[in-house]
Design a protein around this ligand. Structure first.
Ligand code: SAJ
Length: 463
C-alpha cells in the first residue's frame, strides 16, 4: 500500500530553497536553548522569518535584545544580535499565533528524572501548545533527542488534539540534533542531518529545507523512529566504549599498567576508536540518552544489558576518584578530613562553560562530606559562582596551601600548567590527582607532587 501522503503542505516539495531565498518561509523554533537558538539563527541566516518560542521570559527578552548567554559557542552571539536587530528572529512566550508557520521545530530539553526515567514533559507541553495553534499543511520537526517511537507515539497524537491528522493534514518528522556543545554552529553547518518523516512528501520537504538552510546533505531514513534510533545509537556507542575504557582503567591500575598508554597505542590500529577513562561521563547527552533507548526496549520486552551496565560503570567513576584522592592524601601523610583540595576544572568536558551532570560535582560533594575543604578553579568560571563555590581567579590562587590538586576537566589551559609554581604554592607535600589523565606524570612528580591518574594509579611511567 503506498505510504499516506500529506494533503497540500504549506511548502510543497521542490520549493523550499527558492522560497527561503525569497524570504517566504516562516519557521517557529520551540525552545531557545543551546540547540534551539543556533537553529533559529541559522534558519534566519538562510532567509527564513523565524519566531522563537520559549516559556522562560528572560530567554525571550534576551533573544529580542540580541543577547546570547552561550559565550562558549563561537559566532552565535553575532548571529543572534544581527537577526534580533533586523527582526528576522522574533522571540515570544505567548502561544497565540506563535505556531502559524510553515515549519515548527521542537528543540526543548529531554532530561531523565532521578529514577533514570525519561522526562518528556517539556516535549508534551510543547506539543500541546503547538496543537492549539497548528495549521493544516504545517510540518512539525522534532530535533529534541527522544526514544524511538516517541515522535509517532507521543508527539503526533498530542498534536492531533488540534483535530488535524498526522501525515494526512500536517507533516510529522524527526531531525535529531547532532551538534557538539562548544562547536554547535560549526557542526550544524557541516554534519549531515538524519531525517525521517511519516510521509514521503514531508520527508522530501524537510530534506530540502535542511539542505538549503544549513548547506549540509541530509540522510533520509525510513521513519522518525529510525532517525531517533540513529542519534541514540551514536551516543550509546560512545557511552559503552567509554565504559569499556573505564573498566580497563580499573583493571590496569591493579596490574601496574598505564591505561592511557595502552589506548594511545591501540589507536594506531585502523579500526580502533579510542575512548579514554576518567572521572566519569557528564553533559546533556550521554548520561541520559541510554535511558531513552532502555525505556523503549523494556516496553518492547527487550533488556539491553550492555547498555545498562555501561551506565553503571561510568557512574561509578566519580567514587573511584574519591578513593584515589583519599589514598593520594594518605601518601603525603594526610587524610581527606581537614585537607584542602583544589579542584581544577568542574565543567563536564573541556573548554565548555557547562556543568550539566558533571561527574566532578559528585566527587566534590563526597570529599566535602568526608571533611575536605574544597576550592575551585575553572577557566570558564573565573571569579564566578559555580556549583556553590566561588571560582578562583587563577590556578595559583586556588592551589595556595592545597594538600591536593584534583584535575576534574581537561581544559586546554591545563596543558600548560606551571607545575613547579603550583607545587611551591601548595602545601609542603601535596598530591596531584589527575582524573582526566591530562598532566604528564613525570613532570608532576619532578615538580614535587605525589601523582596519580585514572587507570594509572600511582604508577609513574618511566620510558
Ligand atoms: N568522555 C570520557 N571519555 C571519552 C570521551 C568523553 O570520559 O573518551 C566524557 C566527557 O568528559 C564528558 C562525557 O564523556 O563528561 C561526554 O563527552 P562527549 O565528548 O560525548 O560530549 P557531549 O556530551 O557534549 O557529546 C556531544 C554529543 N553530540 C550530540 O549528542 C549531538 C556526542 O554525540 C558527540 O560525539 C560529542 O558531543 C562530541 O563529538 O564531542
Amino acid at each position: 500500500m503506498a505510504p499516506e501522503k500529506t494533503e497540500q503542505l504549506m511548502v510543497p516539495p521542490g520549493t523550499a530553497a527558492r522560497r527561503l531565498k525569497q524570504g517566504a518561509v516562516k519557521i517557529t523554533v520551540v525552545g531557545l536553548g543551546r540547540i534551539g537558538l543556533p537553529t533559529a539563527a541559522l534558519f534566519a541566516e538562510a532567509g527564513a522569518k523565524v519566531t522563537g518560542f520559549d516559556v522562560d521570559p528572560s530567554v525571550v527578552a534576551d533573544t529580542n535584545a540580541g543577547r546570547c548567554k552561550f559565550v562558549d559557542e563561537p559566532g552565535l552571539g553575532d548571529l543572534v544580535r544581527k537577526h534580533a536587530k533586523s527582526g528576522t528572529i522574533k522571540a515570544t512566550g505567548s502561544p497565540e499565533g506563535a505556531f502559524d508557520s510553515d515549519f515548527v521545530v521542537i528543540c526543548v530539553p529531554t532530561p531523565v528524572d532521578q529514577g533514570k526515567t525519561p522526562d518528556y514533559s517539556a516535549v508534551r507541553h510543547a506539543s500541546e501548545d503547538i496543537g492549539r495553534g497548528l495549521r493544516r499543511g504545517t510540518v512539525v520537526i522534532t530535533e529534541s533527542t527522544v526514544g524511538p517511537g516517541i515522535v509517532e507515539g507521543l508527539i503526533g497524537p498530542t498534536l492531533e488534539s488540534s483535530g488535524l491528522r498526522a501525515t494526512h493534514d500536517f507533516g510529522l518528522a524527526a531531525c535529531p540534533e547532532r551538534s557538539d556543545p562548544g562547536r554547535i554552529l560549526r557542526d550544524m553547518r557541516s554534519l549531515p542531518r538524519i531525517i525521517g518523516a511519516t510521509g514521503p512528501e514531508c520527508a522530501s520537504v524537510v530534506v530540502e529545507l535542511y539542505r538549503a538552510a544549513l548547506g549540509v546533505e541530509p540522510i533520509r531514513v525510513t521513519s522518525p523512529r529510525t532517525a531517533n534510533a540513529v542519534k541514540l545509537t551514536e551516543n550509546i556507542f560512545r557511552d559503552v566504549n567509554i565504559a569499556l575504557s573505564n573498566e580497563f582503567a580499573l583493571l590496569f591500575e591493579g596490574l601496574g599498567i598505564d591505561a592511557k598508554e595502552v589506548i594511545d597505542a591501540c589507536a594506531t590500529k585502523y579500526n580502533f576508536v579510542p575512548h579514554y577513562p576518567g572521572i566519569g561521563v557528564g553533559g546533556p547527552c550521554l548520561p541520559s540518552n541510554s535511558y531513552y533507548m532502555i525505556a523503549e526496549a523494556l516496553k518492547a520486552g527487550d533488556i539491553p544489558y550492555l547498555v545498562r551496565m555501561a551506565r553503571e560503570i561510568n557512574d561509578r567513576m566519580p567514587e573511584h576518584v574519591v578513593e584515589l584522592t583519599s589514598e593520594a592524601l594518605n601518601r603525603v601523610g594526610k587524610t581527606v578530613r581537614g585537607s584542602k583540595v583544589a579542584v581544577f576544572g568542574v565543567a563536564y568536558k573541556p573548554d565548555v562553560k557547562d556543568v550539566q551532570l558533571t561527574p566532578v560535582e559528585r566527587t566534590m560533594k563526597r570529599l566535602s562530606a568526608m571533611g575536605a575543604e574544597i576550592s575551585v578553579y575553572d577557566p570558564m568560571y573565573r571569579g564566578e559562582e559555580v556549583l556553590g563555590y566561588r571560582g578562583s581567579k587563577s590556578a595559583l590562587e586556588a592551589s595556595r596551601g592545597a594538600d591536593c590538586i584534583l584535575l576534574g576537566t581537561a581544559h586546554s589551559e591545563f596543558k600548560e600548567l606551571d607545575l613547579v609554581s603550583l607545587s611551591k604554592a601548595a602545601s609542603a607535600k601535596a598530591a596531584l590527582v589527575d582524573a582526566r589523565n591530562a598532566v604528564d606524570p613525570e613532570a608532576a612528580t619532578a615538580a614535587g607532587f605525589v601523582y596519580c591518574g585514572v587507570g594509572r594509579a600511582f604508577r609513574v611511567p618511566t620510558r
